[in-house]
Design a protein around this ligand. Structure first.
Ligand code: FE
Ligand code: FE
Length: 191
């Protein structure tokens, strides 16, 4: 238990107050989803706490940190280095916070893009990031919040659909993995 308190203290020192608040929201929401779907509670709590642990870096620092850990940088990530906080965060969970669990690392790794056939913890962190109590931007939260506790895959599909529509409209950069993930959950939904 102490390691969770230590990690929390370190994050509070490193992240901006609103980001730290979001981090706690994701952590507790992930624990609630873990209770519902029979996932390990401690893994959910830790992955929620650490999912944005690399979010404090500005674009150029994000690139530098990734180079330090020899993390591959895609074209989309070069154009928008903040996307790298997921890959870098997965690395930093072990190298900075001594959380060595690969299940937690992959949940952090895929929390921004999702991917086809996600693990239970990946789904939980992906959704907890979207629905945690401090979120107030997305217009579909009233639908998505209860849905997350009813049907994980359907909820993932709804969220990805909404995100892709939004990015298409605003001309945002869409990661290939996100499109593949959306196709996967769309087919699942329609079968
Ligand atoms: Fe994030
Ligand atoms: Fe987040």
């Amino acid at each position: 238990m102490t390691d969770i308190f230590e990690i929390r203290n370190q994050l509070q020192q490193r992240l901006k107050p609103h980001r730290y608040e979001h981090t706690l929201g994701v952590s507790y929401t992930a624990v609630c989803l873990a209770m519902r779907y029979g996932c390990d509670l401690k893994q959910a709590e830790l992955a929620g706490l650490l999912h944005d642990c690399a979010r404090q870096y500005k674009a150029d620092e994000m690139i530098k940190q990734c180079q330090k850990y020899q993390i591959d940088i895609s074209e989309a990530e070069r154009q928008n280095p903040l996307l790298l906080h997921a890959k870098l965060g997965a690395q930093m969970a072990s190298s900075e916070y001594h959380v060595e669990d690969p299940v937690i690392a992959s949940a952090i790794r895929y929390h921004t893009t999702g991917r086809p056939d996600m693990t239970l913890l990946e789904k939980i962190i992906y959704l907890a990031d979207y629905i945690e109590p401090r979120r107030d931007q997305a217009p579909d939260l009233d639908i998505v919040r209860p849905l997350a506790f009813q049907d994980l895959d359907r909820c993932i599909y709804q969220v990805m659909k909404h995100i892709l529509e939004y990015l298409d409209q605003t001309g945002g950069i869409i990661d290939d993995t996100t499109r593949q993930a959306y196709q996967y959950y769309k087919e699942k939904e329609n079968n």
